[in-house]
Ligand binder design. Sequence first.
Ligand SMILES: *Cc1c(COP(=O)(O)O)cnc(C)c1O
Length: 383
Amino acid sequence: MAAFSFNRIEIDLGALKNNFHRIQRSAGQQVRVMAVVKSDAYGHGLVECARALSDAGAETFGVAEVEEGVALRRAGLAGEIVILLGAAPESYEEVVAYDLTPVVYDLDAIAGLAAAASKKNGKVRVHLKVDVGMGRLGVAPAEVKSCVALLKRLPSISLRGILSHLPSADAAEKPEITRAHLSRFSEVLAGLKIGEPGVVHIANSAALIYFPGSRLDMVRPGISLYGCYPDALPARAQSAAPGLELQPVMRFATRVIQVKELEKGSGISYGHTYVTRRKSRIAVLPVGYADGYLRKLSNRAEVLIGGRRAPVRGRVCMNATMVEVTDLPPVRAGDEAVLLGRQGDAAISADEVAGWMETISYEVLCLLGSCNERVYLHPEMKR
Ligand SMILES: *Cc1c(COP(=O)(O)O)cnc(C)c1O
């Protein structure tokens, strides 16, 4: 039994599986879905989420680094595990030993991996990454042909796919940028022999929703698996991809540890940035920026108590946050407070928290998920 904390992140694995099925249905049954579980599954827990996704039918997984792939293999996960950032020379042997599939984007890595594989009389599968406009990882389009030729010559390397990544597929106002990137990718592929590139893939969540032509052989959803829309616009996404109704997977709950009455004119928390305008009831929550509930949320965010919204008053501290419950039915110490997710008929979405934090849902999920104890709800469990 873990040491007790008031704060808990609940992960709804049933919702995760439903999202996977909906994305698969939306992309089309002939399109493979790589479940992107990098960064501890966006804060939701690498192994638990990958297992649930594997149960749901996922056969390909995307992680950032080799150590995440190793953790998945040690947990018994089968299927293809693609290392999106590629491998460092120190980990080439592990890549071979654990049958991981690194993305490659330079000749040294290709040669090094080939040597590590042939030393073990093995074979290493790779995907070649090309940069068609992201300005991040990948070889230049003009280098693809020679890289493919090299990969084909190395007996201990098996080229399984070619990929790229899109920087602006969520930007409604400039679809022509993504169209240009997609056509650059098509040109690269057209320069290769039939069958040579293996599985071709470029679409993240935004592209698979807004650019159906980008789905190709495989799509790589991350944020949508976890129940958020890449541009924070559910209505826009659902009109582009009918039936793609995503369910939030993460919920962050704590409980009230004290309720007090303060007279009009009382300052709350460090710096007294909030002063009560009337006689007020204030609830203290044992959550703060050390738990990923950033100081930026001071005097901005709301939480749910008894299915009603309570505004944050004063600065968020390292381990405590005050909320006003004057207008709510009586609140007592021990009552549940929800900072993210549903309570009764009300809900606070990751996009809403992201708005208060001036960031995106991705960052909210990674942060809250990695700072707090997680518990897993299985589909057969009722909340
Ligand atoms: C993270 C990542 C994805 C997933 O992106 P989402 O916007 O979360 O769907 C896909 N491909 C690559 C290469 C990534 O790094």
